[in-house]
Design a protein around this ligand. Structure first.
Ligand code: B12
Length: 217
């Protein structure tokens, strides 16, 4: 049986080569990608989060852990993103201005692809103007915003207010997420949907897509 604990421990050490090797080995042994993600990679990142919060480790250690997480995710991505079906909808996603956290956003993007969405990823530190330009260009059914900092989550409301003013909310829906964001907060800033994790993000995105398509008929 695959050693998820060893994956978590390697991630905590920032040993990206071991994370990569063990993740690939677990897949080869037939473990499910979702289980490797939850019990290995995310379990390790949770420990990093706690240690970071308690000032036991600092940004450089978190950065190497993030690099290790990405090394593991690289093996899982083709599995999450494989769908082989016609795109069902277009999803624009980005981390808001001032915020460079992207692991969670990337995971949400991967799983949305797997559910059949065409995903346009604007990356991190995405200005309102960049969202606006991309909405004009791609005419997405859904826009997703990620924020990991209490200091940047307010940008979600600024963006949603601007989208409403420009009339975009008549033809698309907005979802928000990220560690400090809650369902209640999502409602407060005027988002149509919230996902506590990537799988909930997909469920909610599919429901909202139905609504956007029904309204367009
Ligand atoms: C890794 C990390 C970093 C890395 C980021 C690397 C990267 N490429 O992303 C680095 C080292 C760069 C970093 C920097 C900083 N960080 Co940091 N970081 C983290 C850490 C440890 C883990 C985040 C993570 O990747 N989690 C794993 C993923 C899978 O989970 P997730 O992001 O929550 O995503 C899931 C859900 O939230 C949801 N989701 C996410 N996005 C979206 C979007 C949509 C639309 C939907 C529906 C759902 C959804 O689905 C995802 C998948 O399940 C967190 C700790 C924590 N508890 O979150 C701190 C944390 C977020 N960081 C923190 C801080 C303070 C910082 C810095 C300010 C530190 C500094 N002094 O410089 C800087 C800020 C830089 C900036 N301007 O953005 C604080 C924030 C505190 C606060 N109250 O705001 C935290 C909470 C740590 C702490 N407890 O102190 N960080």
């Amino acid at each position: 049986m695959a050693d998820f604990q060893a994956i978590a421990e390697a991630l905590i050490r920032g040993d990206h080569e071991t994370v990569s090797t063990l993740t690939k080995a677990a897949l080869d042994e037939g473990e499910r990608a979702e289980v490797i993600l939850e019990d290995g990679l995310i379990a390790g990142m949770k420990v990093i989060g706690v240690r970071f919060k308690n000032n036991e480790i600092f940004v450089p250690e978190v950065l190497v852990a993030a690099r290790a997480m990405k090394a593991g995710l690289a093996h899982l991505e083709p599995i999450f993103a494989a769908c082989g079906i016609e795109p069902c909808g277009r999803f624009l996603i980005g981390t808001v201005k001032g915020d460079i956290h992207d692991i969670g956003k990337n995971l949400v993007g991967m799983m949305l692809k797997g559910a059949g969405f065409e995903v346009i990823d604007l990356g991190v530190n995405t200005s309102l103007q960049k969202f606006v330009d991309a909405i004009e260009q791609y005419k997405p059914h859904l826009v997703g915003m990620s924020a990991l900092l209490t200091t940047t989550m307010g940008q979600m409301k600024v963006n949603i207010d601007a989208f409403r003013e420009k009339g975009y909310l008549d033809r698309m829906k907005v979802m928000v997420g990220g560690a400090p964001v809650s369902r209640e907060y999502a409602g407060k800033v005027g988002a149509d949907g919230y996902g506590k994790d990537a799988s909930e993000a997909v469920t909610v995105a599919l429901q909202l897509l139905d609504q956007v398509k029904a309204a367009a008929q």
